[in-house]
Write a protein that binds this ligand. Structure first.
Ligand SMILES: C[S@@+](CC[C@H](N)C(=O)[O-])C[C@H]1O[C@@H](n2cnc3c(N)ncnc32)[C@H](O)[C@@H]1O
Length: 509
């Protein structure tokens, strides 16, 4: 059966960091797969790229990579091509075709093939077409990233989607109107305690989330003709058919998820000898609804355990301006060791250099590397693509945004979305900035850092968009100036040094 994906409503403008080559490569090496060094030139294919935010941002972050991205929706491809052109990206091309046609395109082999938000939203036949493309075009040591809706996490929502679709099937209006009508219709049953919602509290929670989400996302999530959340074991079996092997996940913490399994259930898990059954059982224990999995060819070479480090030349850096999530269950002594290692990771030292550092003696090499991985899993450190730039400690008043992609994307999306993504060659992908930091960045380039707050106020006023802080509108002029003064100080103290270090901005004369 052929699909009819939603095409009357464009998708959102989101960057998905799990699709970055550095993060995919990190997962592969963590699991002992000897991959091509991430510093070498590489080829990259994205299937179902939507508006092309992720593909374009990665092309900006990896100038030595060659990127191809494909989507059947002409509006998405127009948006993606426009962004690439205005962002002066010359290492990416977009193809406006269906997957079945892409199979016959004249394309090179790819070191990375990724698809995000696609695999669960197409029919079994189109999934087959996707696998055919992977089978034909994946390089011998290539890596695949596939994200998908996962069972059992979606089980409570399956009947709700059915009701939503049948209730709106007769409507002549476009998909966005169907989203609003479908969700409101369901809410009536939830608010009136219908038995389904009473017996499945998870269904009500998911409904609440979708009522708050961007309706463009709901349009593509539920209103495609196909929507098939799958069990991990099903997706794995489909990938095995084309000779792929599951290696791990770009939600880094989930590669260490054994410790998150409640102690009383761990013996059940440990009794499971088969690696795939083990992963499937964990997916059930966590009631997962989404996964970002990495696969390699089952012929890919692996390192002998303990014989060699696959990370000696890797560099790690602190999480930067995005706050790491809070953690619980830390044990004091171990936490002290983690903090000590973290302090010595400076975004410039390789793991080999870290291991030779006198300040970290008497820790053994394995212990140091183990701490680094633990800190990555806790989102306190990131693997970096290249070393952070060295700072001279002087805050420049005049600076320029290095990449045209960042300037274009900020100008076009920041006020509309109230956030934006900044691509960095150091990070090997993007970091998210909030509205005010993004505006201070744009205004700072235009009028200098010291005068930026005045310009930001003007931009906010010109936009006519309500400005909210902690859910409340900041409308009083005096309050606006006060809030902006504090934000400007924090921006200069923490954000500017980080933007300089990651090569997103550079001082100008
Ligand atoms: C939910 S969107 C995800 C877009 C993007 N990956 C993202 O996450 O922002 C799914 C995309 O897959 C595309 N798509 C679905 N079926 C396709 C097919 N058979 N051939 C090419 N593109 C397809 C749709 O047009 C849509 O842009």
């Amino acid at each position: 059966m052929k699909d009819h994906p939603v095409i009357d409503t464009p998708y959102t403008w989101t960057y998905y960091r799990g699709q970055s080559p550095i993060r995919i490569n990190y997962v592969a090496r963590l699991k002992g797969v000897k991959t091509k060094p991430h510093t070498d030139p590489f080829t990259y294919l994205e299937l179902g790229c939507g508006n092309g935010v992720t593909a374009n941002a990665l092309a900006a972050s990896f100038p030595r990579g060659v990127f191809v991205a494909a989507d059947m929706n002409p509006e998405h491809i127009d948006n993606a091509v426009g962004l690439a052109e205005r962002g002066c990206l010359s290492n990416i091309r977009f193809i406006n075709k269906r997957f079945e046609e892409i199979y016959n395109e004249d394309l090179p082999s790819f070191d990375y093939i990724t698809l995000h938000g696609v695999y669960s939203w197409v029919s079994a036949e189109v999934r087959r077409e996707i696998r055919d493309i992977i089978d034909k075009f994946l390089a011998p040591c290539g890596l695949v990233y596939v994200s998908y809706n996962t069972m059992p996490g979606w089980s409570a929502f399956l009947p709700l989607r059915e009701i939503m679709l049948s209730h709106t099937a007769h409507m002549e209006e476009g998909t966005l109107a169907k989203v609003a009508e479908g969700l409101n219709f369901l809410k009536v049953f939830r608010d009136n305690n219908s038995a389904y919602f009473k017996n499945n509290p998870m269904a009500g929670m998911i409904l609440d989330t979708w009522m708050k989400n961007d309706p463009h996302e709901a349009a593509h999530e539920f209103f495609n003709q196909s929507w098939h959340p799958q069990y991990f074991s099903e997706v794995n079996a489909e990938m095995e058919e084309i000779g792929l092997r599951f290696i791990g996940r770009t939600e880094f913490e989930m590669n260490f998820s054994d410790s998150m399994v409640p102690a009383c259930l761990r013996p059940r898990l440990e009794d499971t000898k088969d690696a795939i059954e083990y992963e499937a059982l964990k997916s059930f224990i966590f009631n997962e609804s989404f996964r970002r999995d990495v696969y390699c060819k089952d012929t890919a070479p692996t390192a002998q355990e303990g014989s060699e480090s696959l990370f000696s030349d890797w560099i790690f850096g602190e999480f930067g301006i995005e706050k790491p999530p809070p953690r619980d269950g830390c044990n004091g002594k171990h936490e002290g060791k983690l903090n000590h290692v973290c302090k010595n990771v400076n975004g410039r030292r390789t793991v080999a250099e870290l291991n030779l550092l006198a300040a970290l003696k008497p820790l053994e090499e394995d212990e140091i590397t183990g701490c680094v991985h633990e800190l990555v899993a806790a989102s306190r450190l990131w693997p970096l693509a290249i070393p952070m730039r060295q700072l001279d400690g002087v805050l420049p008043d005049k600076f320029s945004i290095v990449h045209d992609f960042n300037r274009t994307f900020l100008r076009e999306r920041l006020v509309k979305d109230s956030h934006c993504y900044l691509a960095s060659e150091v990070v090997g992908g993007c970091i998210k900035v909030n509205l005010i930091d993004g505006l201070l960045l744009l205004a700072g380039e235009e009028v200098g850092l010291s005068k930026a707050p005045v310009r930001v106020l003007e931009i906010i006023e010109e936009s006519g968009k309500p400005w909210r802080r902690n859910g409340k509108e900041v409308s009083d002029p005096a309050q606006r100036r006060r809030v902006l003064h504090d934000d400007h100080q924090a921006f200069c103290k923490t954000v500017v040094p980080w933007l300089l270090g990651t090569g997103i901005i550079e001082p100008s004369v």
